[in-house]
Design a protein around this ligand. Structure first.
Ligand SMILES: Nc1ncnc2c1ncn2[C@@H]1O[C@H](COP(=O)(O)OP(=O)(O)OP(=O)(O)O)[C@@H](O)[C@H]1O
Length: 502
């Protein structure tokens, strides 16, 4: 049996008002992929930040390669062989691949840095991983998937024996995920231990050997993945059975609410035409980079439009900036929650209140704390935002709970059109169902729902009608109940087979 390389026992950690970890156990063996699973806010990232020296624990013991460690600093953790690849990649975007890989431990020549040697070494590691990236390329110019590969290469360049990957596939295409899994298998075969945090449970079977499950900051169980059913895993994660992963409600299709005509914006939004009706959810499927996010941003006024018309309830409206869109009741929950969806340095309360000031201010322009409290209370309750109170910085929330705040901002408004761009990315299985239910609720209220998602099962499970995009254009439209994943994929990868339902 593979040796135990990490053993964490009775680990506890509190933040003001939150017990993030309470008597947690965790074990990792060499040559295995250990999935660390739990709902948003369960404490997975906090536990791994303790292992990698980002946080110090309040209580408990930690052994790495059989040696007991007290409080590790990130540098010490690195020296011991622990590398963490964060969900939000931590690269210096303006530096080259080689410069990033050797950041903080540059190789010195006689008088200056030995750039040639660093380049050569970077190339050797990238080649070894069969990754086609030029070490001289600026990291900011690389797609996210390649940046992630550079992070992995960097971990290997410091000879990391324990690699922690936090939601590594959340921004990757199917082909890129395959590449990542190939690399993970190679690392595993070399005897490295990999901790794999993911909310995409369907991919676990591909890659995972064992599973550790946490809930509400506590250790629940661990075991071989092969010995557990998916239902057991989910029940352990959420503490209750989830009967329907894709709850669908049927509504009568009503009148046309929203229409986009001949929308063009930059290279990735080319002659987009579609309508949204009352009583339906319209899914936007496609591969990453198909132009769906650009379309949502152009509609919302976050990016300029070259031409095109937007109609709401039979009248043309002008949206030149997000403020115009919000005034007309057209709102967007954007894909990148940290960059576009939240002010991470502001509290949950301030984030929820910001776009709703018109509704919570009294006649004199002063915020009514009663109305603000009510707005926050409803958002926290309806979306089950896990937080001790609404005064904490939204940047300190777990990823999934941040997403809930983004969605919560729009709940209070009487919106006519709600655009969700990848709303369930990084969200746990229970919270996903809550988001679907929320979309269903909007659908029942006659609000038009546009739902962009790269997860085929959820588009097929939740949307009524599916519009497919490829390379900035709409390449097909199908009713969810009449289609197959293959048909959607064909439309998502070619301009042929164009199919439109009336
Ligand atoms: N720096 C911090 N300050 C205050 N609270 C924090 C901080 N970091 C984490 N928390 C809280 O600790 C709890 C555990 O968060 P953590 O990020 O570890 O969860 P997670 O399981 O990784 O969730 P997710 O799957 O959403 O990423 C949450 O309630 C979170 O709000």
């Amino acid at each position: 049996m593979n040796e135990i390389i990490v053993s964490m026992n009775h680990i506890s950690k509190s933040f003001p008002g939150v017990k993030a970890l309470d008597d947690v156990h965790f074990e990792l063996r060499s040559g295995e992929v250990m999935a660390l699973l739990g709902e948003n806010g369960a404490g997975k990232s906090t536990l791994m930040k303790i292992l990698s020296g980002v946080y110090t624990r309040d209580d408990g013991t930690m052994e790495i390669f059989g040696k007991e460690y007290g409080d590790l600093t990130p540098k010490q953790a690195q020296e011991v062989g622990v590398a963490i690849i964060h969900q939000e990649l931590n690269m210096c975007r303006h530096l080259s691949v080689a410069e990033n890989m050797f950041l903080g431990r540059e190789l010195a020549g006689k008088f200056t840095l030995d750039n040639r040697k660093m380049r050569q070494e970077a190339k050797r590691i990238l080649d070894d991983l069969k990754i086609d990236i030029n070490p001289d390329q600026t990291v900011g110019d690389l797609p996210v998937s390649k940046q992630q590969m550079v992070e992995i290469a960097k971990a290997l360049s410091i000879n990391a024996k324990i690699l922690i990957m936090d939601e590594p596939t959340s921004a990757l295409t199917a082909k890129e995920i395959e590449d990542l899994f190939r690399i993970i298998r190679k690392l595993k075969a070399e005897g490295r231990g990999i901790v794999y945090i993911s909310h995409r449970l369907e991919e676990l079977a591909e890659i995972v050997d064992r599973v550790t499950i946490m809930r509400d900051g506590q250790y629940i169980t661990n075991g071989n993945f092969a010995d557990m059913t998916m239902d057991q895993i989910i029940t352990n994660m959420v503490g209750r059975e989830i009967k329907e992963k894709f709850p669908r409600v049927s509504c009568e299709k009503g009148k046309k609410v929203f229409e986009v005509k001949h929308l063009n914006a930059g290279k990735m939004v080319r002659d987009i035409n579609f309508s949204l009706y009352e009583g339906e959810i319209v899914g936007f499927a496609g591969l990453m980079g198909a132009g769906r996010t650009e379309t949502t941003r152009a509609i919302f006024g976050a990016d300029p439009k070259d031409r095109g018309e937007i109609w709401l309830d039979g009248q043309e409206i002008k949206i030149n900036c997000p403020m115009d869109a919000i005034k007309h009741g057209v709102v967007l929950a954007p894909e990148d929650r940290k960059k576009d969806g939240l002010c991470t340095k502001l509290s949950i309360r301030q984030n929820l209140a910001l776009p709703n000031l018109d509704m919570i201010c009294n006649g004199l322009g002063v915020i009514s704390s009663t109305k603000e409290d009510k707005l926050c209370e409803e958002a926290v309750q309806n979306l089950r935002i896990k937080t001790p109170n609404v005064e904490i910085d939204s940047g300190n929330l777990s990823g999934g709970n941040q997403q809930k705040v983004v969605v919560g901002k729009w709940l209070a408004r009487n919106s006519r059109v709600v655009i969700f761009d990848e709303p369930t990315r990084g969200i746990d299985v229970g919270a996903k169902v809550e988001i679907y239910n929320l979309m269903n609720e909007l659908k029942k209220q006659g609000i038009a729902v546009m739902f962009v998602s790269s997860e085929m099962p959820e588009v097929m499970g939740i949307a009524d009608r599916i519009i497919v995009m490829c390379d900035g254009r709409i390449t097909g439209e199908v009713m969810a109940q009449d289609t197959t994943q293959n048909e959607i994929l064909t439309m998502a990868t070619s301009f042929e087979n164009k199919k439109i339902v009336s």
